[in-house]
Design a protein around this ligand. Structure first.
Ligand SMILES: [Zn+2]
Length: 180
């Protein structure tokens, strides 16, 4: 739902229906000293994309596969009305890089949430209605969902920094990296 439509709906709804119409997200952050900072960032990106009623677990961990800086798993259980996003980020990255990887992963959360990207099993995905039996046959940088994430990661982070008025954070050098 676009922000405009959401705002209009908000204005039209009686107050007692507000909480039922817009369900908040549950955000857990583990493995970092910056827990509240990252929780704020996750909520910012969730609001940016209009994501609701999600449980988002963000874990910082050293033990990710080699050359992987982050990845996202998404679980949707329609019968229970449950949607869970599980994000892992390499804890050895510096703070700026961790934030950019988070923005990247939140693009993937949005893709899964909207059903643009669906993970079926193993390497089988669907992207915008097109079944991809084996994504290993597509080079990482050629995958449309990765291109979208790389296009948006720094724009989203910049939007977050502006919202927090911390543009000096952008002075930190950023090295391109791989995330899934
Ligand atoms: Zn990615």
């Amino acid at each position: 739902m676009s922000l405009l439509i959401k705002t209009l709906v908000l204005l039209l709804l009686p107050a007692e229906k507000y909480s039922a119409a817009f369900l908040e997200n549950h955000i857990l952050v583990r493995g970092t000293a910056q827990t509240s900072e990252f929780k704020t960032q996750v909520q910012f990106y969730a609001n940016y994309y209009g994501l609701e009623n999600l449980t988002i677990v963000l874990v910082f961990d050293q033990d990710l596969p080699e050359n992987v800086n982050g990845y996202t798993l998404f679980e949707r259980i329609d019968s229970l009305g449950v949607q869970n996003a599980y994000i892992r980020i390499q804890s050895r990255l510096d703070f700026s890089q961790q934030q950019i990887v988070l923005a990247h992963e939140m693009v993937h959360v949005q893709q899964y949430y909207l059903g643009k990207l669906i993970h079926h099993a193993h390497h089988h995905y669907t992207w915008q209605g097109k079944s991809i039996a084996n994504i290993k046959k597509i080079a990482y940088t050629e995958r449309a969902w990765e291109q979208e994430a790389f296009t948006w990661e720094k724009k989203l982070w910049w939007a977050y920094l502006q919202s927090q008025e911390k543009p000096e954070n952008l002075a930190n050098a950023y090295k391109p990296s791989f995330s899934e």
